[in-house]
Structures are given as structure tokens and as C-alpha cells.
Design a protein around this ligand. Sequence first.
Ligand SMILES: Cc1cc2nc3c(=O)[nH]c(=O)nc-3n(C[C@H](O)[C@H](O)[C@H](O)COP(=O)(O)OP(=O)(O)OC[C@H]3O[C@@H](n4cnc5c(N)ncnc54)[C@H](O)[C@@H]3O)c2cc1C
Length: 399
Amino acid sequence: MDLRSGYPLWLVTSGLPYTYPKLERNLKKDVVILGGGISGALTAHYLTKSGFDCTIVDARTIGLGSTCASTALLQYQIDTTLTELTEMIGIENATRAFERSANAVDELEILAKEIGYSGYARKKTLFYASSIAHGKKLEREYKLHKKAGFSVQFWDQTLIKDRFGFSAPAALFSDHSAQCDSYTLTHALLQFNVLKGLTVFDRTSVTKIEHTAKGVKLTTEGGVIIQAKKLIYATGYESVNYIDEKIVDLHSTYAIAGEQMNEGRFWYADALIWETKNPYLYMRSTSDNRVVVGGRDEPFYNPAKRDALLGKKSRQLTKDLGKVFPQLEFNVEFSWTGTFASTKDGLPYIGQYPKLPNSLFALGFGGNGITFSVIAAQMITDLLLGKKNRDLNLYSFGR
Ligand SMILES: Cc1cc2nc3c(=O)[nH]c(=O)nc-3n(C[C@H](O)[C@H](O)[C@H](O)COP(=O)(O)OP(=O)(O)OC[C@H]3O[C@@H](n4cnc5c(N)ncnc54)[C@H](O)[C@@H]3O)c2cc1C
């Protein structure tokens, strides 16, 4: 699958910070993790910490799947509002799903400290109404967030204008967010765990997977065999190749990063910003004083068509930013596009797919793929440790 193209900011600025070997000899492990993006790296971290002998195998160079394209906003709010999710799965489950995401934002902070990763930064989020009708909906959304105990404020037009300088009918201003760079975080996680025994192989494509009663047998393109008791599919959007039912819609999305600017601060609190309409516009700043803008999604998976639109989308995103913050002197330096997947309820798929014994899936689909990958890594570790996890049903394939 063609996952992305263009020049993702963090791939350009970090290049290849570390390299990993190809797998050239047969291996036997407790756990093999297929995919060395952020989902595989997080899962490897939790499993290695719990004493599992793990290996990661990736067909690409590490991080060059969707991970390097991510704009890496980390939020407890997901693409489905709490109001919508409550209608779908009930208030208790919906609140629990939001709590798990909030916990994942906290967990990433702890983890960043643990591995000595400096690219994680706590942020606030402005979620603004794109229309008057959406403003009314945000009032209900606000009540649900408050009831669930999240630290959130309801802002009216005057307050938004006063703080951010642009007009929107209403907004939620919340506390529980952060930002990072998932590409360098992936490398940092792998480097930390390689010292603890994790083995990582890239440029090693697995072309055949056999699930047996005792474990799994993977065969690479080069004929090398990996045997393991358990297989974790951290295969990102390419996981659709392994699941014989439709669980996601694939889309194309776009992002741009501006040149470095002198300002220390671009807007109020340099908060993460997004809006209620779908597809939504979103913005963040970076530690090297850039503004990143994303959105303008298209509802198709067609790499040629997606890539042909990159120039146009880049101009549109620049204009979109200019409407919100006309005072910013923004010049696009990098633009990129990628595939992403959305699910029926905005939640990821985690756990066992019954037709594939001795394997578990870590599929952080949606705009919150990274926090979902944290949840997947935690749950998979619990499952392999034989611990019960009360939230499995929220993310299961059969839900
Ligand atoms: C433009 C863009 C912006 C985004 N913004 C955000 C955001 O702000 N916040 C957020 O949380 N998420 C965001 N996401 C989503 C997030 O980037 C993804 O959820 C995340 O990167 C997925 O990571 P992954 O490790 O699951 O997949 P990937 O990074 O794609 O890794 C999967 C790996 O599996 C490997 N693989 C697959 N099949 C095989 C095989 N047979 N053999 C060997 N290897 C195999 C692939 O080579 C690949 O490297 C964004 C995505 C895009 C595209």
C-alpha cells in the first residue's frame, strides 16, 4: 500500500537517526511484532518491560510508514464527539473511551521521561464550532465533558475573539492534550528497548503468515523464517490486507509546515486547534517555531489522485490558516499527504481477530492513532500477561 508522499516535516528534519539490520537468519521468539511504526514501537516497549522476548520486523525502513507523516497531536478528544459516541455506545462506555485516551496522553508523558525523550510537550486544546448550529451542539458536548470530570471550559464568541483573535460561535478549551513527533519517538522507543534485549529488523517484508495452534510462523520475502508463540499485528493501515471484513474507510489527508518564524508564541498558549466540521482543519506549533496545518481530507484511497492534489491542498491549507490568523506570516516549506483510516465509531481495533489464532492486533485507526496505539500496547501486554482488561469490548473486532 502507498501510505504517504511529499516531505513530512519530521522526516526531513531528523533524517535517519538510527539504522537497523535486515533479518537474514531464522529466529525463534516469544513475540514477533509485525510493523515498526509508533504502534509496534509502543507495543514492544510495554512487552519488553514486562519481560517478553520480542522482535520487530518491518518491510520499510523504520518509521517510514504512516508514522513519519503524523502531525502528532495527542488529545483525549477523539474524532467522534462524546455526544455522538454516547448515542452509539452509551454514556458509560463513551466516557470510559475518552478516559482511556486521556490516560494515554498522561502515559506518554511518563514514558517520554522514562526513555529520555524530550520531544513531548503538554498543550491545551481549542475545539471551535465551525457554524452556529455546531456551537449549540458544543454546549451539550461541554456538559458531557464536565460531567465526566474533564478539565474543560466553554468559551463564547467574545472570549475566543479576545484570546485567539478570530471569530467562532463557541469553543471548548481543554487541558488534557500534548504534542510530539511520532517519528523520533518511535526511534527513541526502539533504541531504549534494544538495550533491554529487543531486536529490530527493517527492510524485511513478511510475505506469508501461518497461524497454528501452538504459535505462528512468518516467512519473509527472502525466505527467512520467524517462529513465535504470539504475533502482534502493528501493521497500520495495511492491516486491511489481513482482515477479511470491512472495518475501516480509507481516506487521504494533507498537511503543511511553514518556515521557522521568530515569534516565540503564535497564538494563545500555542494550543492545539481544531474545529467541529468534518473534515476538520487543525493546527499546532512545533518546538522549532513552525506552524503545522492539516486537513482538507478526501474520502478516497487512490495514491495517484491523492498525490496530484498535493499542490492544490497545500495552497488551500495556507488560505485556511490565513483566514484564522491573517497576521501570521506563513510560508509553506514542507507539504505532505498520507492515507488514514476511520472506523464507524472513531475507536481503534485492538485485540484478537478470532480467525487468526495466537495473534493480536494493535490498530490505532483514526485521527488519534498515537494515543490509540498506547491503549493497544497496554491492553496487549495485559492480555499476554493473562490479566483481565475490562475495556477490551470497547475496541474489539466484534463490537
Ligand atoms: C498526515 C497524517 C496526520 C496524522 N496526524 C495525527 C495526529 O495528529 N495525531 C495522531 O494521534 N495520529 C495522527 N495520524 C495517525 C497516525 O500517524 C497513525 O495512527 C500512526 O502513525 C500509525 O502508526 P502505525 O505504527 O500503526 O503504522 P505505520 O507507521 O504505517 O507502521 C506500520 C508498519 O507495518 C509495516 N508492515 C505492514 N505489513 C508488513 C509486512 N507484511 N511485513 C513487514 N512489515 C509490514 C509497514 O512497513 C509499516 O512501517 C496522522 C496520520 C497522517 C497520515
